[in-house]
Design a protein around this ligand. Structure first.
Ligand code: PMP
Length: 419
């Protein structure tokens, strides 16, 4: 079956024909292609067309698809049984490896998605402090748990009001613009005694890539310390992408709790939250804060995650960053030469090229970018085999599998775009 027929059938079986809303490609006025296979930096659709991938399953596949060491580890784990619901070696070795690379993770708990990780970290922060409120940034996305669906980024930004989330549930979610330390300060001055935590994407990846201004993360750290609130870094995207130690190593700020996902599962469903021992020991069965999961610490996900983290320690992040920067800058300049101004945010192996003539530092500025021009760009790049996230408010990811030739082909495709 071709993508068109599959999509028609899928729409009768799943809302919008998809299992996650952005995949429907509505925001680029298009229809999804159905993927049959992926290897290295490439995706292959059901009609055999090849694409250079810049999505990589929305981040996890930083080594490229089917990295041999990761695949071998996953196959070996499957041959030993796919789920036990009991303690296993893999969860201990992966936790040890995460702690080695990210020392703030003194203790941690494995879960099965980023959503579970952030939802559980929030519950823990509330249980630990005995406080209800928390600060969240407009345009940051922390998964789809109810409390976070207030001015959330990514696909959630496209569903105004998000029916199904009672106002009572988000009443305790205090909002601030990203990079606006004064707004956070004002919340603490008004409500400091009842703020359990501040949760932040230390480099934001869900309103396009938006970088923290100098002093922003340090300011959040200081405010949390002053008011006895928990600082949570949501590193579901940035963990093991911005550097081996994540955004916290790169920016030199230590949070109290961290949430992880994507890369630490090597492409299998996984999430993790952890941090200060004193806080983590409030989790059941040691403490009273409850959270559980049938598939938590799944042996196949643990094995794939461990193999990924081991392989990443053999990779050169600085080289990938330099290649990504040069590539993204050239891409932005080629597209801008066609009469549509571009603004580039890039860090590590992530970037967003905005259709904007001014800097993008928060959700307001991200929202002002030219969505129609992005849709036209996306369609023309896809038609030439360049697979980009189907919305202007997402990141492009590079991987250790991309060759210089892949980047060259992508730049050549950009040269053919017409507005
Ligand atoms: N936090 C961040 C920063 C994310 O980008 C995402 C998903 N893209 C999540 C949490 C939720 O992760 P998941 O989709 O695995 O539930």
């Amino acid at each position: 079956m071709n993508s068109k027929d599959l999509y028609a059938k899928a729409q009768t079986l799943m809302p919008g024909g998809v299992n996650s809303p952005l995949r429907a490609c509505k925001y680029v006025h298009s229809e999804p292609v159905f993927i049959e296979n992926a290897k290295g930096a490439y995706l292959y659709d059901v009609e055999g067309r090849k694409y250079i991938d810049y999505v990589f399953s929305w981040g996890p596949q930083i080594l490229g698809h089917q990295d041999p060491a990761v695949s071998a580890a996953a196959h070996k784990a499957i041959d030993a049984g796919s789920s036990y619901g009991a303690p296993c070696l893999g969860e201990v070795t992966l936790a040890e490896e995460i702690q080695k690379l990210m020392p703030s993770m003194e203790m941690m708990r494995m879960v099965s998605s980023g959503t579970e990780a952030t939802m559980s970290a929030l519950r823990l922060a509330r249980g630990y402090t005995g406080r209800k409120k928390f600060v969240k940034f407009i345009g940051n996305y922390h998964g789809h748990a109810d409390a976070f669906l207030a001015a959330a980024g990514s696909a959630a930004a496209t569903v105004p009001g998000t029916p199904g989330v009672p106002e009572e549930v988000t009443r305790h979610t205090l909002l601030a613009q990203y990079n606006d330390l004064d707004a956070v300060k004002a919340h603490f001055e008004a409500d400091g005694g009842d703020i359990a935590c501040v949760i932040v994407e230390p480099a934001a990846g869900n309103m396009g890539l938006v970088l923290p201004k100098d002093g922003f993360l340090k300011g959040l750290r200081d405010l949390c310390t002053e008011y006895g609130a928990v600082l949570i870094f949501d590193e579901v995207i940035t963990g093991f992408r911005l550097s081996l130690g994540g955004a916290q190593a790169r920016y030199g700020i230590t949070p109290d709790l961290t949430t992880l996902g994507k890369i630490i599962g090597g492409g299998f469903p996984v999430g993790c939250y952890g941090g200060k021992r004193e806080i983590m020991e409030h989790m059941a069965p040691v403490g009273g804060v409850f959270q559980a999961g049938t598939l938590s610490g799944n042996p196949v996900a643990m094995a794939a995650g461990l193999a990924t983290l081991k392989r990443l320690q053999e990779c050169d992040y600085d080289v990938l960053e330099a290649r990504t920067k040069a590539f993204a800058e050239e891409l932005a300049s080629i597209v801008a030469s066609k009469g549509k101004p571009t603004f580039l945010n890039q860090v590590g192996s992530a970037f967003t090229m905005y259709f904007s003539d001014k800097p993008v530092t928060n959700m307001i500025e991200s929202g002002q970018c030219d969505a129609d021009t992005f849709a036209s760009y996306w369609q023309q790049m896809m038609a030439q085999g360049i697979y980009l996230a189907p919305a202007g408010f997402e990141c492009a990811f590079t991987s250790f599998a991309h060759t210089d030739e892949d980047f060259e082909k992508t730049l050549e495709a950009a040269k053919q775009v017409k507005f």
